[in-house]
Design a protein around this ligand. Sequence first.
Ligand SMILES: [Zn+2]
Length: 253
Amino acid sequence: MNQAMYINTKGLILREVPYKETSKILTVLTADAGRITVSAKGARRKGSKTAAATQLLCFSDMTLSENRDRYTLTEARPIEMFEGLRYDLEALALGSYFAQVLEAVSDEDMQNPAILSLGLNALYVLSENKYPQEIIKPAFEMRLMALSGFAPLLDACSVCGSENPVNPRLDLTGGTIRCRDCREEGEFSDTAPLCQGSFDALRHIISCDSKRVFSFSLGLDAAKRLYRASESYLKTQLDRGFSTLEYYNSVRI
Ligand SMILES: [Zn+2]
């Protein structure tokens, strides 16, 4: 006989898919077990006690039963609903993109508390409107890249070695920085143009204390460069696009 084991954990709902009449299948980024798939039986039933805690982008306290590597939700209580996202189309669209990227970089059954913590912080500042989305988005993207093993090398120009590259450009495939006029012979890799402001911001995002990821300011043009460079870098490094990102860029003012 197989004995179910009960686990208590906290997790962020990255995806919810309706299943059968009244159930959902959840993709959850947990503190203890990495990314897991959980079936939430009856979570769509009227008056269900788990309805709120199993919504997309809700951070919840959960009790799961595990049987042969399959998780079933037995109890759930919301810890943080990120209410500010629920009434703001743009913020919700950006939050949904964050969830899709978190799912893409997280591993099944391999815990990475720093990634969960970054995700929660990003959703919090987004929900509370603490910083402009033009800051939150690239900061989340580049810090997540760094935490997932895709950190760009920003110490010095990869060609001439200068610590202060002139008109710096971010090499999207190589993950390096170089001066605009520095080029390896016969090289044609894609680069994104930066400027001093956006380059400094990038260095800050990659290397600062985790509490300060979103605290920096930028002029409008520098913010635009950072925005484009970060988005292109993430897509190039992960070698894929994101439907939620396309949606966000289509609703963004
Ligand atoms: Zn150089």
